[in-house]
Design a protein around this ligand. Structure first.
Ligand SMILES: NC(=O)c1ccc[n+]([C@@H]2O[C@H](COP(=O)([O-])OP(=O)(O)OC[C@H]3O[C@@H](n4cnc5c(N)ncnc54)[C@H](OP(=O)(O)O)[C@@H]3O)[C@@H](O)[C@H]2O)c1
Length: 242
């Protein structure tokens, strides 16, 4: 049973759906970390009023936590049952082709900026006790594509890093779950993905909560696994059209 959750990127549509589904199942303590303080407060108010949950809030811009000039070392309460990382950004792939600032912003939101948080969560003491880390990466990590290779590269780095954490936690009570998501119907993909291929955040949340103690790498929804297997096998002249 998940009774408490730490959420980084809590204003994400998927995080909000997961928080509501967790609260329905009896989760009563949330720490919500997000960049948009107003949207975060709205989610907090909903969880307090509808479910009587105890909420703490924190502001965070991942571009700042990625900065080498002033590295942030967050200290994180180690008592949560679930640590959920949903922050991420597609950014502007066209701009990133010529503007390194945009390329770095995409990398910060999807990889670098998360490192201080992941480091603070996954300590030797914490992994010796039962708990869960769920990290959203993306099918974009599986193959570089002309349309989004900055995002895909950052998600690939995050996936590889988390796979290392997963293996470090093998045999420990702490479960690491890497979620390679395909299209989901959220503001991130609005107008950019065929609606028929988009899973709803609510269905993703319910699916994940069916096996809360799972560890490993999984595709969300599952059918992206065979699809990405084929995409990885595509010859270059076809992959260049993706
Ligand atoms: N939607 C999809 O089709 C899809 C597919 C594959 C993977 N994913 C991944 O799944 C996760 C959840 O996505 P979603 O669709 O729910 O996205 P979303 O609704 O657009 O939410 C993205 C979240 O990331 C936060 N964020 C972005 N840049 C940030 C920064 N520099 N500093 C702090 N927070 C930042 C956003 O905060 P603000 O509210 O302040 O912008 C928001 O909370 C993401 O990691 C995404 O990459 C999504």
């Amino acid at each position: 049973m998940i009774r408490s959750a730490f959420v980084l990127g809590s204003t994400s549509a998927v995080a909000a759906a997961l928080c509501r589904a967790l609260a329905e199942q009896g989760c009563r303590r949330f720490h919500l970390v997000a960049r948009d303080a107003n949207a975060n407060e709205r989610l907090a108010a909903e969880l307090r009023v509808r479910y009587g949950a105890e909420i703490s809030l924190e502001a965070c811009d991942l571009f700042a936590t990625a900065s080498l000039d002033k590295p942030l070392r967050p200290s994180i309460d180690q008592s949560f049952d679930l640590y959920l990382i949903t922050a991420g950004s597609l950014g502007d792939a066209e701009v990133a082709r010529f503007d390194p600032a945009e390329a770095l912003a995409i990398t910060a939101a999807n990889y670098n900026g998360l490192l201080p948080w992941l480091t603070a969560i996954v300590t030797s003491e914490r992994i010796a006790r039962p708990g869960r880390l769920w990290v959203f990466t993306s099918v974009a990590a599986d193959r570089g594509r002309p349309s989004n290779y900055h995002y895909g590269a950052a998600k690939a780095a995050l996936t590889t890093y988390c796979e290392g954490l997963l293996l470090r936690c093998q045999g420990q009570p702490f479960c690491v779950r890497i979620l390679k998501a395909g299209f989901m119907a959220t503001p991130m993909t609005l107008g950019k993905a065929p609606p028929l291929l988009c899973a709803s955040p609510e269905s993703v949340a319910l699916d994940l909560l069916q096996r809360p103690d799972r560890r490993g790498i999984e595709y969300i929804p599952w059918w992206w696994a065979p699809l990405m297997w084929m995409v990885r096998l595509l010859p270059r002249h076809l992959a260049s059209k993706l």
